[in-house]
Design a protein around this ligand. Structure first.
Ligand code: ADP
Length: 543
């Protein structure tokens, strides 16, 4: 801990809540810039909506959602339409304030007119979502799953999922929502922080009983009932990969703004908490993503009235210790080859063969910027394998320790399954175009000139679509997004507004295709023109 400021560079920085230090020039930070903002309820719902528009079947694991207050009229109209077309449909909705956590401010409604508009919606935006009425029950109780996911790298995308997670149980037997039981939080909300206050909460010292259990214990139980647990896992993996694919475009915009390419800076990784609900038919549904999941392995116990003590929680310990341990193993800086590491100038080292006599077990490295030579001790893991007894690492050296550790609980799922999912990374390519035209590093919003340059360089303007029409499109969309009041710090067009403009252009240009094909065609069209332009510039440059 550095309460008075840090002086020496570190190889791993562990930030408590979010990425908050722009004075880090090397090493790895355990948070991505902008992650907190990207997984907020409204931003997540928007990102999922974009993906649902493009790939409705692939993204049907996220409940239909509307953003309040701006989409209240749309919510009312759509529900009325669906009820008219199917009078037997008796839905329930869940209203969740944006930025809330631990069930704070959440309530259930049966009809859009029940939304509590008195002041709070205007001052506190929210998401209203279709309520999953038929969850899978265990011991007659509703429960959800907390899974830990490591986003190890954004570019290239690397995702790991923990093999075990937590199941958090309600403390009142579940009944389908009725006007009478809508307010019973211990029946409908699975939050630990709420249910702990119910008299029925059971702290358990075993992993397969009580109000918090391991997910693997649930899987065992389901498997013994004949459920297809393999299929369930593969559905969960697919849900996690697809969700991260929906989040990466926004994250990349924040990343280039806080850690501009070509300048010395850290790389990032992050442990995320995925909250998943299983439906009665075992289909997993995404509830939310937590940027800062609790890693507590103790809980409070009231010894006598008003006297509390922290006692170990074996279930939390079993799952969370493994997640932290394996995250550190995966990002272990000692593992990286020295040539990949950063020198103090941020340019990296060049390994030199040692021609001059140097200290034993040291090698010579050359800083790419100042060209100075330095002698550094050789790292144990770089010893040539099995080169004789003298070359073997010490028993407590990193390699020896690694061998003594249990097998990894974090399982790589991306790029392992990249082939199956790469076609979904369309908005990523739109974001790459957006970032290219952002111009000045450090911004997250596109100015009117940047947008015009994008249109011109990609040859999107013609007699049917004049530059005046381009300006109108920019102003219309940008104004609407900025009036939603998400981020007033910068003016200009945010990524989501650019994506909307891009979809408009794609629909205009490729009228008869489905949306994802329209967008894919326009992305290719733009990439081609930019590549040709880049080629020309190179030729002129040579000339
Ligand atoms: P918070 O961040 O406040 O915990 P969540 O989105 O996780 O908000 O919702 C809190 C709880 O409400 C969840 O743990 C789950 O039990 C329940 N819940 C949330 N959304 C739904 C939904 N669409 N259908 C059924 N239950 C839900």
């Amino acid at each position: 801990q550095f309460p008075f400021g840090r002086r020496l560079p570190c190889d791993i920085y562990w930030h408590g809540v979010s990425f908050h230090d722009n004075n880090i020039f090397s090493g790895q930070v355990n948070k991505f810039p902008g992650m907190m903002e990207t997984v907020r309820k409204i931003t997540l719902s928007r990102a999922m909506r974009t993906m649902q528009d493009l790939f409705p079947l692939e993204y049907n694991f996220y409940p239909r959602s509307w953003i309040l207050p701006e989409e209240l009229p749309l919510f009312v109209a759509e529900v009325r339409m669906m009820k008219d077309s199917d009078p037997s449909w008796k839905p329930t909705f869940i209203v969740k304030p944006d930025g809330g956590c631990q069930g704070d401010g959440i309530y259930l409604i049966k009809d859009p007119s029940d939304i509590r508009l008195t002041g709070s919606i205007q001052s506190r935006p929210a998401v209203v979502q279709e309520y999953i009425c038929k969850p899978l029950l265990v011991d007659k109780l509703k429960f959800d799953i907390r899974l830990y996911v490591l986003l190890k790298s954004l570019e290239p995308l690397e995702i790991y999922i923990a093999k075990d997670g937590l199941s958090r149980f309600c403390t009142e037997p579940y009944q389908e929502p009725t006007l009478k039981n809508l307010h019973q939080v211990f029946m409908h909300l699975t939050n630990y922080s709420l249910n702990i206050h119910s008299g029925n909460f059971i702290h358990s010292d075993s992993v397969n009983t009580g109000s918090k259990r391991t997910f693997s214990s649930i899987l065992c139980r389901l498997s013994s009932r004949g459920a297809d647990v393999k299929k369930l896992w593969s559905d969960i993996i697919s849900l996690v990969i697809k969700t991260i694919i929906a989040l990466t475009p926004e994250l990349k915009v924040y990343y280039q703004s806080d850690i501009p390419a070509g300048k010395p800076g850290p790389t990032c990784f992050q442990i995320l908490g995925f909250d998943i609900l299983l439906m009665k038919n075992l289909k997993p549904v995404l509830l939310e993503v937590n940027a800062n999941p609790s890693m507590r392995i103790e809980h409070e116990q009231e010894l006598s009235p008003g006297v509390f003590e922290n006692v170990p929680s074996p279930v939390d310990e079993e799952v969370k210790v493994a997640v932290i341990r394996d995250t550190l193993r995966l990002v272990d800086p000692q593992k990286k080859k020295r040539k990949d590491t950063q020198c103090p100038h941020g340019r990296g080292w060049n390994q030199m063969s040692c021609k001059v006599p140097c200290k034993p077990n040291h090698s010579v490295i050359l800083c790419r910027r100042c060209q100075s030579l330095e002698q550094v001790p050789e790292a144990n893991e770089e010893l040539p394998p099995a080169a004789g007894p003298a070359a073997r690492p010490e028993p407590d050296a990193p390699r020896g320790r690694e061998a003594a550790l249990p097998s990894l609980c974090l399982k790589q799922v991306f790029p392992k399954y990249a082939k199956q999912f790469n076609y979904l990374r369309l908005v990523d390519r739109v974001a790459a175009l957006f970032i290219r035209f952002l111009g000045v590093k450090g911004t997250t919003k596109l100015g009117p000139t940047g947008f015009r340059t994008f249109i011109r360089n990609c040859k999107l303007s013609n007699s049917n679509f004049s530059m005046a029409a381009v300006d109108i499109l920019y102003i219309d969309i940008t104004r609407r997004w900025n009036s939603m009041g998400i981020d007033h710090k910068e003016s200009g067009m945010c990524l989501q507004a650019f994506v909307e403009a891009f979809f408009c252009l794609a629909q205009k240009k490729y009228k008869s295709l489905p949306l994802h094909e329209q967008v894919a065609s326009l992305v290719e069209f733009c990439e081609c023109h930019l590549a040709a332009l880049h080629g020309k510039r190179l030729v002129w440059g040579c000339g």
